[in-house]
Structure formats: structure tokens, C-alpha cells
Ligand binder design. Structure first.
Ligand SMILES: Cc1ncc(COP(=O)(O)O)c(C=O)c1O
Length: 370
């Protein structure tokens, strides 16, 4: 689950464990009993306050700490949202290709998923809506996995459809902290007052996935119901972790770590792009992707079997994911590889890329499995 070129994973060796450890140790020196009990009201107030300030500065999100619910990552956040606001049999629009995790949870909660294609402006909103969707799940800041940023026109169109249909947009803002060029992109939530948007963020990409901390930013009228359901459904805890994170953010370590990682990942991305352009050609880079995130998409000739490339590369110690697996509708499906660059040290990128080239060549020579 970690190493060249695993997509979506930060460099775990760079996590400032000494700073975080110092904060954790000082909390454990004299633990407040309040922090050792169940969580209440959507997570520790200090963490929700620190996050509200952080989101105001970085994502133009104007919210009260009470509108934030701390979750055990995005999966729990999607589960909670669909259980509270959805009914089995209702419809949810998702991106195709899209994030398998969201699709799985929506379907597990009985929702009927409709898979909408993605172009250079993000999810394509259909001309004829059909059954009004209860949920619209999108990754507008950096479409997962292809990478385009949703255009302003598309954002307005999506908000208009959601208002008209009484839908909730679930905005998955999973890695927008890492943009390597251009201005930061404002969230959908911040675009219009009273937008029917439930915003979702995570520490999995900025710190480490095993931390299992994410958050929701909710419209005010929904907060009480979410707080109660969150406590009753999942019996939350981890307040010591919340307290440590709150201090980590409030003392500026979180913003500093993100800044440092942005520089590092930007350099690694540039190295990988350069290798692809030189060794394969610019046509192998997915053209709609923005300069952001922890992975890029390597496109392939349409008749190439990306699943086999993944298998062959794995046998040689290089991890990737096949783009074709992220599609549901066979019509739009195309082969490619998701290449994560964040967790590959610079000195290793060229060597690991050679292994990938060998794997591509091997599959090109022997197209079908014997
Ligand atoms: C599109 C997308 N959203 C969210 C997440 C984060 O999920 P979690 O917060 O549950 O770790 C991921 C992680 O892979 C992702 O790819």
C-alpha cells in the first residue's frame, strides 16, 4: 500500500512525528478525564475551532465550528450523510470514472448510482435529469482519478440542478491542499450562499491515512441531526487524537507541513512528467489533468491491457493502479495507469520509472495472457 508509484498516498516518512509525538506526550503526561471518554457533539470543540480557522484561510469556507463534524475519515462521512439524508431506492449521481469508495458506500446504503461521464470541465451534467438525484457526489477541485478542475460554468450548473431537484451535493475535497501552479480553487460550498453542499475533507493525504480523521462541514440546519446520529451510530472516541491535532493546527505545524509537502510533491511530479515526456512522449500524459494532487494519469494505446501492466509491474516491485478499473460504463472506459509520485524519493523516481517502462514493453510484446 506504499511506495513507488502507489497513487493517493503521501510521503509517510516526512510526517513530522517528533512534533506530533511531543504534543501527544504532553497530553498523556496529565490526561484530562474528559478526553478519555466517548466523543460528543461531533468531535472535540478545540479541533473544530482550529479547523474552522484553517478552512477560512485556505478554502474560503466561512463556517462556525459547530457546523463541523469530525469523522473517522471520508468513508464514515459519506456513510453518515447517506444514512441521515438518503433513503434506500433513491438515486445518487457519481462521476465515471470515479472514486470506488463513495460508490460502494452509496450502494451499500441502498442508493441507486447513476454514473455520469467526466470531461475537461468535470462531471457532465445531463441535459435531461431523469429521476432527480438525492445526492450528487463530486470531486470538483481535482476530479478523481482523471484530474480536471470543475469549471465555474459547470459548478453553477450543478448547483442549479441540485437546487431544482432538492439534491445534496457531496463535495469531496480530498487533496486540494496540493496545487502546484495557479491560484487555489475555491470550494463549491463557498461559491453561493446557502449552497446545498455537504463539504468533506480528510487528513489522510495531508498527514497519514492510518490516522483515520476526516471532517464534514454542514449547513447549519443539519448540524444537530448529524451530531446526534454520529454519536449514536458510531459511538465515537479518539478525543486525545483530536486534542493533539487541534494543537498541531493551532501552533501552525499543519500549515507548515502542507507548505513543505507541496514543494516536495511539486518537484517529484515535475520529475515524473519529464521522464514520461522524454521516454514515452507527451501524448502519454492525460491532457485534462490539472497540476495538483498526489498522482497523475498515464494514458495508453486503447488496445493495451492496463490490468496486466499493473500485474507485471507489481511482480517487479512497482505499485500502480489501472485506470480502466475506475470506470463503470464500458463505453467510455480506457486504459491507463494512476501513478503516485508523492511517496517516491527523488533519487528513486528514474529507477522505478525504468521498471515501469520494462513492464509496459513486456505487455506490449505479449499482449494476451498465455
Ligand atoms: C477521492 C478520494 N476521496 C477521499 C479519500 C480519503 O478517504 P479517507 O478519508 O477515508 O482516508 C480518498 C483516499 O484514497 C480518495 O481517493
Amino acid at each position: 500500500q506504499w511506495g513507488a508509484f502507489m497513487p493517493g498516498v503521501p510521503d509517510l516518512t516526512e510526517f513530522p512525528h517528533k512534533k506530533f509525538g511531543r504534543i501527544v506526550s504532553s497530553l498523556w503526561r496529565n490526561p484530562s478525564p474528559d478526553l478519555l471518554t466517548y466523543a460528543y457533539g461531533g468531535g472535540l470543540p478545540a479541533l473544530r475551532e482550529a479547523l474552522a480557522q484553517h478552512l477560512a484561510l485556505t478554502r474560503s469556507i466561512d463556517c462556525d465550528p459547530e457546523q463541523i463534524i469530525i469523522t473517522e475519515g471520508s468513508h464514515q462521512a459519506i456513510d453518515l450523510t447517506t444514512r441521515i439524508l438518503g433513503e434506500a431506492g433513491e438515486t445518487a449521481w457519481v462521476e465515471d470514472p470515479g472514486y470506488w469508495g463513495a460508490r460502494t458506500i452509496l450502494q451499500a446504503n441502498g442508493l441507486h448510482t447513476v454514473h455520469l461521464p467526466v470531461d475537461e470541465e468535470g462531471m457532465r451534467v445531463p441535459d435531461a435529469v431523469g429521476t432527480p438525484p438525492r445526492f450528487i457526489f463530486v470531486t470538483p477541485s481535482h476530479q478523481y482519478p482523471l484530474g480536471p478542475v470543475m469549471s465555474l460554468t459547470r459548478r453553477r450548473q450543478l448547483l442549479a440542478v441540485a437546487r431544482q431537484c432538492g439534491s445534496w451535493i457531496i463535495e469531496d475535497d480530498y487533496d486540494s491542499e496540493f496545487r502546484f501552479s495557479g491560484r487555489p480553487i475555491a470550494s463549491l460550498l463557498g461559491l453561493e450562499p446557502d449552497a446545498p453542499v455537504i463539504y468533506m475533507g480528510t487528513f489522510s493525504k495531508t498527514l497519514y491515512p492510518g490516522l483515520r480523521v476526516g471532517y464534514l462541514v454542514l449547513p447549519k440546519p443539519l448540524t444537530a441531526a448529524f451530531q446526534a446520529a454520529h454519536a449514536e451510530l458510531y459511538r465515537e472516541g479518539h478525543l486525545m487524537t483530536h486534542a493533539a491535532l487541534a494543537t498541531f493546527i493551532a501552533e501552525g505545524h499543519y500549515a507548515a507541513h502542507i507548505r513543505r509537502m507541496r514543494m516536495l510533491y511539486g518537484r517529484r511530479r515535475a520529475m515524473l512528467v519529464n521522464l514520461i515526456e522524454r521516454r514515452l512522449g507527451p501524448e502519454w500524459l492525460h491532457r485534462d489533468a490539472s497540476m495538483a494532487g498526489l498522482h497523475l494519469v498515464l494514458t495508453m494505446p486503447p488496445d493495451m491491457d492496463d490490468l496486466r501492466v499493473v500485474e507485471v509491474a507489481r511482480g517487479k516491485g512497482v505499485l500502480t493502479r489501472a485506470l480502466s478499473r475506475y470506470y463503470v460504463n464500458p463505453e467510455g472506459r480506457r486504459p491507463g495507469l494512476l501513478l503516485g509520485y508523492a511517496c517516491v524519493p527523488e533519487h528513486d523516481i528514474a529507477r522505478k520509472f525504468e521498471v515501469l517502462l520494462e513492464s509496459l514493453a513486456e505487455v506490449a510484446r505479449k499482449p494476451a495472457a498465455a
